[in-house]
Design a protein around this ligand. Structure first.
Ligand SMILES: Nc1nc2c(c(=O)[nH]1)N[C@H]1C(S)=C(S)[C@@H](COP(=O)(O)O)O[C@H]1N2
Ligand SMILES: [Mo]
Length: 370
């Protein structure tokens, strides 16, 4: 395990408090947003998101990995350490699974005051057909020892975050890592991973927010203590201040999004819809749980009507929904709200947290019917 170092003095964004006082974005946030694209919401029409429309989140730089020189090292508290080439991994049992992935920071920019980081509204989402080999088989071959409590995953990207010089690293409990749906993935939508999505290999943890699915994976290590690196303790926490540790962010919260109907105004994205019957449609997901209902409001959340649901693409992927709306001339705020199989409902107002995590507030779309 590489020990994390403290970075020399670096400049701060804004007043350094970690939140923005007003609605204006700092140049640093805009620059991050240009590196990390969101999924255009009209792509909610596809079961499987085309690779070029899937959201993207890269903390540091995309590393330059030469697959022929690359190996996956499996070590730490295991009986038989392994070192595998991409070819060897591809010869192992192969599983293909459509999975909806969402960034834990999705919805951050809708919080007030706004936590300063990647300024997602609601577009940090996508569903890909991921293929790879189950992690469990590999861990069984390596023989994880009884005193191991976590599995640590290390990516090949390095940078500074929260004043800490680090490789991108996240851990899972042995129990979570052993779940059958967890993959070491080398294919996205039937093609080798693109550089930005983790080529040649990434971890894929269905049901968890995206930060868990470590890209450019190079190391897997069984460890005896909980891993306390920056991406586990300095971020990805539900806390009320940056100094407070808070609860870890893990599984994806229930959410529905709609394809914004009609046509957009270029700058404001306000929608123009023709009067008459309008079909409102979209997708809903709840991580590891099922979506049990989706409701639509055309009056900003005052009254709700049930949408009809289609079948999910897989147990870990979104399901389509639709709603027929008799649109009469006027100005409307459309909202959509999903409920999961445990009765959790999307909030109308989000509870604030310092890192801007897990915001699943109901989507609102302004519409002008003529
Ligand atoms: N090595 C590494 N893995 C990573 C990241 C990263 O910056 N480096 N970003 C994480 C985050 S925060 C998310 S949301 C997902 C995004 O995956 P995608 O870019 O393929 O959509 O990758 C995760 N895995
Ligand atoms: Mo993320």
């Amino acid at each position: 395990m590489t020990r994390e170092k403290t970075a020399p003095d670096l400049p701060v964004v804004g007043d350094g408090s970690g939140v923005a006082p007003g609605a204006e974005f700092y140049p640093e946030e805009v620059r991050l947003a240009l590196r990390n694209r969101g999924m255009p919401l009209e792509a909610l029409r596809y079961d499987i998101t085309p690779v070029g429309m899937h959201y993207l989140l890269v903390h540091f730089d995309i590393p330059d990995v030469i697959a022929d020189d690359w190996r996956l090292e499996v070590g730490g508290l295991v009986s038989r350490p392994l070192s595998l080439s991409l070819e060897e991994l591809r010869k192992r049992p192969k599983v293909t699974l459509p999975v909806t992935m969402e960034c834990a920071g999705n919805g951050r920019a809708l919080m007030a005051p706004r936590p300063v980081s990647q300024p997602w509204h609601a577009e940090a989402i996508g569903t890909a057909e991921w293929a790879g080999t189950p992690l469990r088989g590999l861990l069984e071959d390596a023989g994880v020892k009884d005193d191991a409590i976590e599995i640590l995953f290390t990516g090949l990207d390095r940078g500074v975050q929260g004043d800490v010089v680090q490789w991108y690293q996240r851990s899972l409990t042995v129990q979570e890592a052993m779940r059958s749906e967890v993959l070491l993935s080398y294919e996205m939508n039937g093609r080798p991973l693109e550089p930005q999505h983790g080529y040649p290999l990434r971890l894929l943890v269905p049901g968890w927010y995206g930060m868990t699915s470590v890209k450019w994976l190079a190391g897997i290590e069984a460890i005896a203590e909980p891993f306390e690196g920056y991406q586990m303790t300095g971020s990805y926490r539900y806390s009320q201040s940056l100094d407070e540790l808070g609860e870890p962010v893990s599984l994806i919260n229930v959410r529905a999004l709609m394809v914004p109907p009609g046509i957009p105004d270029f700058m404001t994205r306000v929608r123009l819809v023709a009067a008459g019957t309008a079909t409102i449609s979209g997708r809903a997901w709840a991580g590891r749980l099922d979506v049990s209902r989706v409701d639509v409001s055309t009056d900003g959340g005052a009254t709700w009507s049930k949408a009809s649901l289609g079948d999910p693409v897989s147990p870990y992927a979104w399901r389509p929904w639709r709603f027929e709306w008799e649109a009469k001339p006027g100005r409307y705020t459309l909202c959509v709200r999903a409920t999961d199989s445990e009765g959790n409902e999307q909030p109308l107002e989000q509870r604030w947290n310092a890192h801007g995590m897990g915001n699943n507030v109901c989507q609102r779309v302004e519409v002008l019917v003529e």
